[in-house]
Design a binder for this molecule. Structure first.
Ligand code: GTP
Ligand code: MG
Length: 281
């Protein structure tokens, strides 16, 4: 016979959560979900119209989790349909295609759309975000590398996984980490546990590394105006050294970024010196 006590215990053990998928059209959101729920891959592109809804049950430790999945359409056309569904999510799958830089760059605007639609409810600390760098099976067309993706994700306290809905790589691991983090968060009173958020480097460090990687010239790399004085260049360099020196910064890519700055600075100084000598000859 089922007693009130056992009912109460079971209620505590079972959990109901809502997760949503976000990212540009055609990056593979629906395929990632299908790979996990149905263990199959469909090579033909079937654009999601508005929203696809599905439900799945998973076991995390001693709890049964009922997961309501709202798979969003990435196409801008469906904005009006999507915006209703952001609220009350405990988890967000942010997906990009490693072969399409614009789909990676778009992650910021996806977060922006979500925040805007959630309005006063926009407490991003109560949501688990997981970034899927998808289509890693297509190695030849890859343009966004792991360091760059991981940096973007981890500097925001988000998880990062390399996935392929086609081969299945990373999919189960990603969903396991996702659901177990959501459970941890619920057990932690609805806040993401601190250990997850703290990654040992700051957003400023991550943003600086990203700027250096994408810089078009030495000025841009140092973050100074073209034609800046020697003193301004030195000041900018000292600031970068404090921020990125490998002894002080554990962010992925900091060593390469710092090396690139040093190399450019050397070139810059040689040019400067040559100009200076020419002026005096
Ligand atoms: P929208 O619903 O329009 O927002 O797109 P989506 O993000 O849901 O993309 P979908 O899952 O429909 O996949 C788009 C296309 O990419 C399809 O042709 C898939 O077969 C293909 N695709 C998805 N994931 C992968 C992957 O990991 N590797 C490869 N090679 N192709 C993939
Ligand atoms: Mg879809």
């Amino acid at each position: 016979m089922e007693t009130t006590a056992t009912k109460r215990r079971d209620n505590k053990k079972s959990l109901r959560v809502k997760v949503i998928s976000l990212g540009n059209a055609e990056v593979g959101k629906s395929c990632i979900i299908k790979r996990y729920c149905e263990k199959r891959f469909v090579p033909k592109y079937l654009a999601t119209i508005g929203i696809d809804y599905g439900v799945t049950k998973v076991q995390v430790r001693d709890r049964e989790i009922k997961v309501n999945i709202f798979d969003m359409a990435g196409h801008p056309f469906f904005y009006e349909v999507r915006n209703e569904f952001y609220k009350d999510s405990q988890g967000v799958l942010l997906v990009y295609d490693v072969g399409l830089r614009e789909s990676f760059d778009a992650l910021d605007s996806w977060l922006g759309e979500m925040k805007q639609e959630m309005g006063s409810q926009a407490n991003m600390d109560s949501i688990v975000f997981i970034v899927c760098a998808n289509k890693v099976d297509l190695t030849k067309r890859r343009v966004v590398d792991e360091g760059e993706g991981r940096l973007w994700a981890e500097s925001r306290g988000f998880h990062y996984f390399e996935t392929s809905a086609q081969s299945g790589e990373g999919i189960n691991e990603m969903f396991q980490a996702f659901f177990s983090s959501i459970t941890d968060m619920c057990e932690n009173g609805g806040k993401r546990p601190v250990s997850e958020v703290s990654v040992g480097f700051t957003k400023e460090q991550a943003d600086t590394i990203r700027r250096i990687r994408n810089s078009k010239d030495s000025w841009d790399m140092l973050g100074v105006k073209p034609g800046a004085t020697r003193e301004e260049v030195n000041k900018a360099y000292r600031k970068l050294a404090v921020l990125l020196h490998p002894d002080k910064c554990v962010a992925p890519g900091s060593e390469d970024a710092f090396k690139a700055v040093e190399e450019h600075l050397e070139e810059h100084l040689v040019d400067h010196l040559e100009e200076h000598l020419e002026d005096h000859l």
